[in-house]
Unconditional design. Sequence first.
Length: 223
Amino acid sequence: MQEYKVKIIEIKRVTHDVRSYKFEKPAGFKFTPGQAADVSINKPGFVDLKRPFTFTCLNDWDHLEFTIKSYNDHNGVTKEIGKLVVGDELIISEPWGTISYKGEGTFIAGGAGVTPFIAILRDLEKNKQIGNNKLLFANKTESDIILKDEFEKMLGKNFINILSAEKSSKYASGIITKDFLKRNVDDLSKKFYVCGPDPMIAAMEKILIDLGVNKTLIVKEEF
């Protein structure tokens, strides 16, 4: 698989522990919204430490973008990425599939698991195809909600948040349960897109099947 060395051209803070990284786009580089690439840092000791990250840009942008959460309690790749500055280089692979849009439905995300949905929803909005797609987004606190303003503008009342570590007058409290899904999903015959930590994906799949959702309607991110 071909690899590309690309320079970071802009870094923006998205939340207290999430940043967007814009970087050079190799000539002719194309991907499907929802696809990822294997990424490493072009620095000694990190070149061979590859991690998958999902593109959060669109194909018609003149640059590429990842939106990455840095886990500072791990001495790993995301912590090191959090130290990068403009001009530093990443090494990226060709894009490969993880999750793709297969029709209108409900997107269910936990924390940084929302990243594969960013390009998909941005692409739908650009093409005026958001329709009645819905995003159910689970986080610990309101300050953890990635791209909150953009999703609110894009989805309106179909952007539904739940917080597990904070009480809020605006959002539900707790985790995504069968009752929460029953209250917030009115059509179980459409697609369900699920992305988050592995235990959450397994729990959501079980709940959806218990609710009578056909397994073929569940689209999961699988690395």
